[in-house]
Design a protein around this ligand. Structure first.
Ligand code: SF4
Ligand code: SF4
Length: 244
């Protein structure tokens, strides 16, 4: 890991291609209103049990929400992201962002990491080598040097915490109540956008819907059953299971 990194964006546009961009609730509302597709990614864990990374306890607890599962309870973390399987719909022919002044927080933060437990590694980013050989210092001692950038990272983390109850309620209202286990994968839904936009406007209250965990590993399923959790390993119809 490099503790101190210089950086200057070359404008190559690679980070705007093939990346699902995490959105705050407000940004998801704007994305939907402008005709964009949102993908919903869900992962869950049992507190101090399966799926919970012990070294990230505080972080994952604060950005998750408790839901019933079988006879027990899991906490789910939900990401609403701009669905960008190819070029972002806002990237023009010159590789410039057409909504630059109002682009999502995560677009403003890239290539800096949002998760405090993930160190910034240039080899994990799309930026070309020369981007890391020029420009001012971006990271010093694992922290962003620019206070405005540091504030954006904090704002993104805070939105994760502030939005999670509402995102879970929207998932429940739209029947997106099957989650993967954190560390084992995600479930991914592509909601019908008119219904999704309506739910974002109406802001439903969570209805205590029963959740299910999608696990394809029999040993893991057995461990979860022993804790009273409800699981499924059936081939999904309304979502995709993205395993690790
Ligand atoms: S919104 Fe703009 S900055 Fe963000 S991925 Fe799309 S084109 Fe890139
Ligand atoms: S991949 Fe890196 S260098 Fe290329 S446009 Fe994105 S931030 Fe800039």
């Amino acid at each position: 890991m490099s503790e101190n990194l210089r950086f200057a964006c070359t404008g190559c546009g690679k980070c705007c291609t093939g990346h699902h961009v995490p959105l705050t609730l407000d940004e998801a509302r704007q994305w939907a209103a402008s005709g964009g597709q949102v993908v919903v990614l869900i992962e869950a864990f049992v507190v101090d049990g399966p799926g919970m990374p012990a070294d990230q306890r505080e972080h994952v607890l604060r950005r998750s929400h408790p839901v019933p599962c079988g006879d027990g309870e899991v906490r789910v973390a939900v990401t609403f992201a701009a669905f960008n399987p190819g070029r972002c719909r806002n990237l023009d022919d010159n590789d410039l962002c057409t909504i630059y002044e109002t682009r999502p927080l995560v677009c403003r933060i890239y290539p800096v990491e949002i998760n405090p437990h993930i160190p910034l590694r240039p080899e994990n980013k799309d930026c070309p080598p020369e981007a890391w050989e020029q420009g001012p210092e971006l990271i010093h001692g694992a922290q962003p040097v620019d206070p405005q950038l540091a504030a954006l990272v904090q704002a993104s983390r805070q939105a994760d915490r502030d939005d999670i109850a509402a995102k879970v309620a929207i998932c429940e209202a739209l029947g997106m109540t099957c989650s993967a286990l954190k560390g084992n994968g995600f479930t991914a839904y592509l909601p019908e956008m008119a219904a999704f936009a309506t739910a974002l406007q109406q802001m439903p209250v969570g209805d205590g819907a029963a959740w299910t965990l999608h696990v394809s590993d029999e040993g893991l399923a057995g461990a979860l059953h022993a804790l009273g959790m409800r699981t499924t390993g059936e081939t999904p119809v309304y979502y995709a299971f993205i395993g690790f």
